[in-house]
Design a binder for this molecule. Structure first.
Ligand code: P6P
Length: 336
């Protein structure tokens, strides 16, 4: 069977959906994918590449920066600043947006990303990933500021992630469903492996950091208590739990076989607004999950409807199999 490269897939998408897949978006995705290949090579070197461990600095999140966090961020910045497709970039690892240097042309898109999500897993050889989101730069804005990135997730034109696991897999949406590509290391290119990922509406698998149980609000206590009661409780069936501690790995499992992923706002993280970040974790993953037939809320409202007020704002996240997300959201709204 003829393998379809990412380049061919994007060209065909441009022909069939010219408004959704413009030449500059096609270039942007190819550039990000190429940067992810470079990050994959660095991640895969592990202890042999002098890329493990901390650099001794702390990022805007107050988290210790891993060598690979900083390297991945630099790879994405350098790959994207010369192509003329972006007006600015923003990253989990940088306090403020990164302008496109004046020596390069500016484009009409904004790229925001988590260069290496789950990086606390790197030193223990557990899957990590890159998450990215693309917005349009507001009309007439030549020097974008953080305020120009503060758009609801429903305005995203592209979202994707690359999971650096047993295989390096790129998952992508531009609003016409979700496709996945696996890196063929012999060819050095991403090859289409699934054209239309769909999340089953029901599931028996949930993902949450259960060590936070005592901090959860009542709706989450009720929902998880019912799952744990299994056959003996109101759900009448048993459930299984998985928690990788790397959002990309947990979400990829859910896209592959269903499930619900939860990181609620609780007594422990309420003062920060939550654990996960809206612009470069919840929004891109919410767009991808919805395009695959799932749902994504903050417990009360659709994540993609939330109007951001800060670049590194955090939010509660419930996403995955639609019927489970709707159930736990109904519990929060007192509607069940
Ligand atoms: P905890 C990784 O740091 C991350 O941002 C997500 O990838 C992951 O789902 C979550 O935090 C893990 O949080 O509290 O279990 O370490």
């Amino acid at each position: 069977m003829t393998s379809i490269s990412l380049s061919r897939f994007l060209l065909e998408a441009q022909r069939s959906h010219p408004d959704a897949m413009t030449p500059d978006l096609r270039l942007l995705i190819e550039v990000v994918a190429r940067a992810c290949k470079t990050i994959s090579n660095a991640v895969n070197k592990g202890a042999l590449g002098n890329v493990l461990g901390n650099v001794g600095t702390v990022n805007v999140q107050g988290e210790a920066q891993k060598r690979l966090d900083v390297l991945s961020n630099e790879i994405l910045l350098e790959a994207n600043e010369w192509g003329g497709h972006l007006a600015a970039l923003a990253s989990e690892e940088m306090d403020d947006p990164h302008p496109i240097p004046n020596r390069y042309p500016k484009g009409e898109y904004l790229l925001v990303f988590d260069p290496l999500d789950g990086s606390s897993n790197i030193d223990v050889n557990v899957s990590v990933g890159t998450i990215f989101s693309v917005l349009r730069c507001p009309e007439g804005v030549r020097e974008p500021t953080a305020a120009d990135f503060l758009q609801p997730g429903s305005r995203q034109v592209v979202a994707g992630y690359t999971v650096y696991g047993p295989s390096t897999t790129l998952v992508l949406t531009f609003g016409q469903g979700v496709a996945s590509f696996t890196l063929d290391r012999e060819q050095g290119s991403f090859v289409l492996t699934q054209r239309a990922l769909r999340i089953p509406e029901d599931t028996s698998e949930y993902a949450i950091n259960a060590s936070n149980r005592r901090h959860w609000d009542p709706p989450v206590q009720r929902y998880i208590g019912e799952l744990d009661a299994g056959k003996t409780g109101p759900r009448g069936r048993d459930f299984n739990m998985r928690w990788v501690g790397s959002m990309v790995a947990d979400v990829h499992r859910i896209l592959t076989r269903g499930g619900i992923f939860m990181y609620p706002v609780d007594a422990k993280c309420r003062d920060k607004g939550g654990r996960l970040r809206l612009l470069y974790e919840a929004n891109p993953m919410g767009f991808i999950v919805e395009q695959a037939g799932g749902a994504a809320t903050d417990g009360r409202q659709r994540i993609l409807d939330v109007q951001p007020h800060a670049l590194h704002q955090r939010i509660g996240v419930f996403l995955g199999s639609r019927n489970e997300v709707e159930r736990v959201t109904a519990y929060h709204l007192g509607a069940a």
